[in-house]
Design a protein around this ligand. Structure first.
Ligand code: FAD
Length: 472
């Protein structure tokens, strides 16, 4: 029979579950990618993620052509375009990898219904995580809400069946790939899908499967230092793979296998263990979203919805200053300059800026969550929501509400010499010594604003605001 593989957030032609299943189950396999207007219409015309996807799709098409296939690329509403394409090609089934995002689940259900009316099936496979949904549960069969026991159960489950990490050997079965019909043009240019170039090529995050593989090769050599290096935004200490995990230009199985090998042969030191934990955090938040879909709009811990955040014109102004990186706290402002200019922000700084918005400015974490969702290249609903609720203390396994980051102390600890700050805030380049962390104490700096709140006063206000959840 014949099949259509629908690529979505799995833009690679190796170790790809749906592609492998189609190739081993059918003798004629087409491949397609849809630029989905249901998602694209609402985006600004310059969007680094669209450009990342576009570049990665171009590369995927080349890689599939090398294997004897190629991509059929269309623009439209995916929920309509896929059933239409399946009918045109006369395939028996559509193969795709599962996407656990609530909006994607809805879209896939609509596609499945529409295909079904024509007697076709939508077959979905686990690919983007090692363990999905409710695969990791407590002994009592309940979902975990604390990370460490989840991680231990995750590792035990993997130990019991390491074959879940086996690579899907696409190359060995590529003979079933058929090239797109000759009437199909290649991948349209970015401008043809209605978007403009961004500065994406500038930040050090190359797109496509080749970009992911370059980043990972570079990181493998640094993995043993990860435990300490990862906390310093001015140091190249992390993998920068998040956007590649988001769009599937790398394989989670490959990453986990490599980390486990480095742990087993001792070459990865403590760093490889810590890094593996981060990959497990990603799946931890995905299963939280799966079991507790209310987190999308509400606090994981219901009592936290009783907290009254600031609102009105003054809050709007504080929020605007945070967005623009004009709070007067250098580390916060440098971090916001980083996300605004590149679409990336270092993890330590995501924690610092999130804490600052909620606990220094008294603003609802959902405002910040939305801002990050618009700007992060690696935006992932589960991780972003988990990170914000962690900072707001409203989440599972979150920071206790009375623990409030001091933005100056954080700066002194994690950007000691101010290298990161100075690289993003030209107005502070001439500030010397410790004054870089709190310039107002040394008379301020030309072209840089004074602090918009006093941290100690804000801290007291926040403790009072959070009184309503005391003991909960
Ligand atoms: P590395 O340190 O190399 O980590 C490897 C991978 O592990 C990452 O690529 C990521 O996939 C995963 N990971 C690492 N830390 C976390 C974490 N805390 N939670 C979940 N997964 C993690 N990550 C996203 O991928 N998308 C988001 O939208 C997102 N929003 C966040 C919002 C806030 C407020 C916070 C505090 C964190 C958020 N994170 C998010 C998690 C983390 O900051 C990024 O994954 C990380 O900075 C990406 O850089 P890296 O690839 O170099 O990470």
């Amino acid at each position: 029979g014949s099949a259509l593989v629908w690529f979505r957030r799995d833009l690679r032609a190796f170790d790809h579950c749906a592609l492998y299943q189609a190739l081993t189950g059918a003798n004629r396999v087409y491949c397609a990618f849809i630029f989905d207007d249901a998602i694209l219409t609402s985006l600004p015309r310059q969007d680094r993620r669209v450009e990342f996807i576009h570049s990665s799709v171009v590369e995927l098409d080349e890689d599939l052509r090398q294997l004897g296939g190629g991509l059929i690329v269309r623009q439209g509403i995916a929920a309509e375009a896929i059933p239409a394409l399946a009918a045109e090609l006369g395939v028996e089934a559509v193969f795709a990898n599962e996407d656990y995002d609530p909006a994607a689940i809805e879209r896939d259900a609509a596609v499945a219904r529409s295909l079904q009316t024509d007697g076709r099936a939508l077959l979905l496979f686990k690919d983007q995580v090692v363990f999905a949904r409710d695969e990791v549960l407590t002994l009592a069969g309940k979902p975990f809400s604390v990370f460490t026991p989840y991680k231990n159960a995750w590792l035990r489950k993997l130990d019991a069946d390491p074959s879940v990490l086996a690579a899907y050997d696409v190359d060995a079965h590529a003979g079933a790939l058929v090239p797109p019909p000759s009437s199909v043009a290649g991948v349209p240019a970015l401008e043809q899908i209605g978007f403009e170039r961004t500065n994406l090529p500038e930040p050090p995050i190359p797109p496509g499967a080749s970009g992911a593989s370059r980043l990972f090769e570079d990181f493998v050599g640094r993995m043993r230092d990860y435990t300490t290096a990862r906390d310093y935004p001015g140091v190249n200490g992390t993998s920068l793979l998040s956007v590649h995990l988001r769009f599937g230009t790398t394989s989670i199985r490959h990453l986990v296998r490599t980390a486990l090998t480095l742990i087993a042969n001792g070459a990865g030191g403590e760093g490889a263990r810590t890094w593996l934990s981060e990959l497990i955090w990603r799946e931890f938040y995905q299963q939280i979203l799966w079991h507790h879909p209310h987190v999308v709009t509400q606090s994981f811990k219901p009592a936290y919805d009783r907290i009254e955040f600031e609102s009105g014109p003054e809050a709007d102004e504080l929020f605007a200053a945070w967005c623009a990186g004009r709070t007067g706290y250098p580390l916060v402002d440098a971090a916001m300059a980083q996300i605004n200019a590149t679409g990336f922000m270092h993890n330590r700084l995501r924690m610092v800026t999130a804490s600052f918005l909620v606990k220094d400015l008294g603003i609802d974490w959902r405002w910040g969550e939305r801002y990050f969702a618009l700007h992060l290249n690696d935006y992932e609903l589960a991780s972003n929501n988990g990170g914000w609720q962690w900072a707001a203390s409203s989440g599972c396994d979150a920071q206790p509400y009375f623990r409030i980051f001091n933005p100056v102390t954080q700066s002194e600890r994690f950007d000691k010499d101010g290298d990161f700050i100075k690289s993003w805030l030209p107005a502070l380049r001439k500030v010397e010594g410790k004054a870089i962390h709190a310039p107002w104490l040394a008379g301020g700096a030309k072209g840089y604003p004074p602090p918009i709140v006093d941290h100690d006063a804000a801290r007291r206000k926040t403790l009072a605001r959070y009184e309503v959840v005391k003991g909960r």
